[in-house]
Write a protein that binds this ligand. Structure first.
Ligand SMILES: *Cc1c(COP(=O)(O)O)cnc(C)c1O
Length: 379
C-alpha cells in the first residue's frame, strides 16, 4: 500500500473498540512469567501498547523489519552508536553534521575509546584512505544543515558492503515520505521524530529503524541507558505521523516555491536548496527523493546587517531553531546552531555570518513568499 495509507493504518490496534489507541499511563504491568529482561513489561523497557503501535508503524512506513522509539533524536543516535561501537573501534562520519551529533563524536566518543574520522560526503574516492582494520561503521545525514548538501548516498551503501561496515543515516531532513534509505540498502535509519515525523513542534522524540537483530541490540542498550519515550509522547507522535504525507507535500511545495522566489530577488546572493537546478546535487536529489523538503538557506548581498533587518521585518516566520512543524521558522546559523564553532571553522564549511536558514512550515506558499517580498522592500 501507499506510504500515505501505511502512515494511517500500520500498527494500529483497536482496544475496547476505540478507533484511536488510548494512552497507557501505567509504569508497570502484571507479570506474565517473562523470562527475559527486555520482555519485563515496564515503561522504561519500551514495550507498552503505545510503543508497540509506533514500532510497527515506523517499520512499515520505512520498510524495515523492526523499529524503536527513543526519548529524543539524540537518544536514538547516541544509543545506536554506543551499541555498535566499543573501545578500540573506529567510525567514519560525514564532515558536516547536526551539532549534537558532532559534539558527541568529537567530545564523548573519544573518552569511550572510539576513534572518529571525518569524510567528505561527495568525495567517495577519498574514503578508502581513511579505513582501518578497526573501522566498524559509516554514518551520514541525508541533507546537511544548513547548506543542504546531498552526499553520494549510493556510494555510502556500496562502500559499506564492500568493506563490511554498518551504514547509518540520519534521515530527519527528508522524512520517510521523501526518502527511504533502507530501500537503497542502508542498514540503520535514524530520525529526530521531533521534526517532520511528529510535525507540530510540541514534543521531543527519536526513532531507529533497522533489521530485527540490530533493533533488538539497540533496544537492550536503550533499556539500560533509560532514554525511553513516555507513553503520552508516544500518543502525540502516533497522531502526528498520520498526517505526515499530507504535511510533507506542503513542506515540499513551500520549500521549492520560496527557493525559486528568493533566487529572483536582487538582494539575494545565493540560495541553497536541492530542488533548484543550480544545486550541485540536483540530479541526485531528483533521482533519489520524492521531494526536497522545507529547509533552505540563502545569503544576502548585504551580509549580517541585511540578514538581521530581514529577520526583524518578516511577520510569518518565527525566529527559532528546529524544523518540521506547522509554522515557518527562521534562524541565522552563525548566531544559533553553529555559534559554538570558530568563525574560521564556519567559513571553511561555507557558513558565513550572514547566511539565513528557513524551515518552511505548512502555510500557503503564496503568503510566505508575499511576507518575504514585503520584508525585502523594506530592507
Ligand atoms: C534535531 C536533530 C537531531 C536531534 O534531535 P533531538 O530530537 O533534538 O534530540 C538530530 N539530527 C538532526 C538532523 C536534527 O535536525
Amino acid at each position: 500500500m501507499d506510504i500515505q495509507t501505511r502512515l494511517i493504518h500500520a500498527g494500529e490496534e483497536r482496544i475496547e473498540g476505540a478507533v484511536v489507541l488510548p494512552i497507557f499511563q501505567s509504569s508497570t504491568f502484571i507479570s506474565q512469567d517473562e523470562q527475559d529482561y527486555d520482555a519485563i513489561r515496564y515503561l522504561r523497557t519500551n514495550n507498552t501498547p503505545n510503543h508497540h503501535a509506533l514500532h510497527a508503524k515506523l517499520a512499515a512506513v520505512c520498510g524495515g523489519e523492526d523499529a524503536l522509539v527513543a526519548g529524543s533524536g539524540m537518544a536514538a543516535i547516541t544509543t545506536a552508536l554506543m551499541t555498535l561501537l566499543s573501545s578500540g573501534d573506529h567510525l567514519l562520519i560525514q564532515d558536516c553534521l547536526y551539532g549534537g551529533t558532532h559534539s558527541y563524536v568529537t567530545q564523548d566518543a573519544p573518552r569511550l575509546g572510539i576513534d572518529v574520522d571525518f569524510i567528505a560526503g561527495n568525495a567517495p574516492e577519498s574514503w578508502a584512505g581513511k579505513l582501518r582494520p578497526e573501522t566498524r561503521a559509516i554514518y551520514v545525514e541525508t541533507m546537511t544543515n544548513p547548506l543542504l548538501e546531498v552526499a553520494d548516498l549510493e556510494a555510502v551503501v556500496e562502500f559499506a558492503r564492500e568493506y563490511g561496515l554498518v551504514s547509518l543515516i540520519d534521515n530527519t531532513f527528508a522524512s520517510p515520505c521523501n526518502f527511504r534509505p533502507l530501500e537503497i540498502g542502508f542498514d540503520i535509519e535514524l530520525h529526530s521524530a521531533t521534526k517532520y515525523l511528529s510535525g507540530h513542534s510540541d514534543l521531543v522524540a527519536g526513532a531507529i529503524i533497522a533489521s530485527s537483530a540490530q533493533v533488538r541490540a539497540i533496544r537492550h542498550k536503550l533499556n539500560h541507558l533509560g532514554g525511553t519515550l513516555d507513553t503520552h509522547v508516544c500518543f502525540l507522535l502516533q497522531r502526528g505521523m498520520k498526517t505526515l504525507a499530507l504535511r510533507m507535500r506542503q513542506h515540499n511545495e513551500n520549500g521549492l516555491r520560496l527557493a525559486r522566489f528568493l533566487t529572483g530577488q536582487e538582494q539575494v546572493a545565493g540560495v541553497n536548496y536541492p530542488g533548484l537546478e543550480s544545486h550541485p546535487q540536483y540530479e541526485r536529489a531528483q533521482r533519489l527523493f520524492s521531494g526536497t523538503g522545507g529547509v533552505l538557506s540563502f545569503e544576502l548581498q548585504g551580509g549580517v546587517a541585511s540578514a538581521e533587518r530581514l529577520l526583524s521585518r518578516l511577520t510569518l516566520p518565527a525566529t527559532a531553531p528546529s524544523l518540521g512543524g506547522a509554522e515557518t521558522l527562521i534562524t541565522r546559523p552563525a548566531a544559533t546552531s553553529h555559534c559554538g564553532m570558530s568563525p574560521e571553522d564556519r567559513a571553511e564549511m561555507g557558513i558565513t555570518d550572514g547566511l539565513v536558514r528557513v524551515a518552511c512550515g505548512i502555510e500557503a506558499a503564496r503568503d510566505l513568499c508575499a511576507d518575504f517580498a514585503i520584508a525585502f522592500s523594506k530592507v
